[in-house]
Design a protein. Structure first.
Length: 210
């Protein structure tokens, strides 16, 4: 996660490397805490992890990092690609433990490589977010991260073993949280654009406007 931030140092000249280190540490703590909290909500017991917990709770739990005098948007713009790195590492852990594996597809006669595909999806989302920020520094990356990951996860969920087992409203856990993630992301993007528009309209003219 730190490497993903460090490689983007030119995009954040106002954030010293030592602050990136602290943000990474705090992101790690809040991300892991979020995955454990959501796993408890899903299963009723502690001990598991659910990645969407990090997606949903980091924007709330990361706020103490503002004590480093970094803008909230900049913190989340650092965190969004870094969370993709977290996802990739978690899927390596899934490979090692044998969890989150894919369904056997009898028509094609092979088992879907769910963990590997989700690693690739995390890398793709990371690359897209970084390119978006290079193109437009004013972009709010975190809601786009929620939309992009939610969309890809919704598609991939059906290829997981047991990935379509109903949990809420006939939807599996992954499908349900993917829809929630996309909905929050879209609302956030629309609200951010409207807020930016209002600020531009209310900004005093530097020259005579009459």
């Amino acid at each position: 996660m730190f490497i993903s931030m460090l490689l983007r140092k030119k995009q954040f000249p106002q954030v010293p490397i030592w602050k990136m280190v602290l943000v990474t540490v705090w992101l790690l703590i809040t991300g892991v805490a979020g995955t454990m909290v959501l796993a408890y909500i899903e299963m009723g017991t502690f001990g598991g992890t659910s990645f969407y917990g990090a997606v949903f709770l980091v924007p709330l739990l990361i706020t103490p990092a503002m004590l480093l005098k970094i803008k909230y948007k900049d913190i989340l713009n650092l965190c969004a690609p870094a969370e993709c790195a977290m996802l990739i590492v978690m899927r390596f852990d899934c490979l090692d433990k044998g969890c989150c594996f894919g369904r056997y597809l009898p028509t094609l006669e092979f088992q879907f490589p769910s963990q590997i595909v989700e690693m690739a999806a995390g890398a793709i989302v990371m690359a897209v977010l970084i390119l978006m920020h290079i193109k437009n520094r004013q972009t709010h990356l975190y809601p786009w991260y929620m939309v992009l990951y939610g969309f890809l996860r919704f598609l991939m969920q059906g290829f997981r073993y047991g990935g379509t087992n109903p949990w809420v409203l006939g939807l599996s856990q992954g499908h349900f949280w993917s829809l929630i993630s996309m909905a929050i992301g879209v609302i956030w993007i629309v609200a951010a654009k409207q807020l930016g528009k209002d600020k531009r309209e209310n900004k005093p003219c530097e020259t005579d406007c009459n």
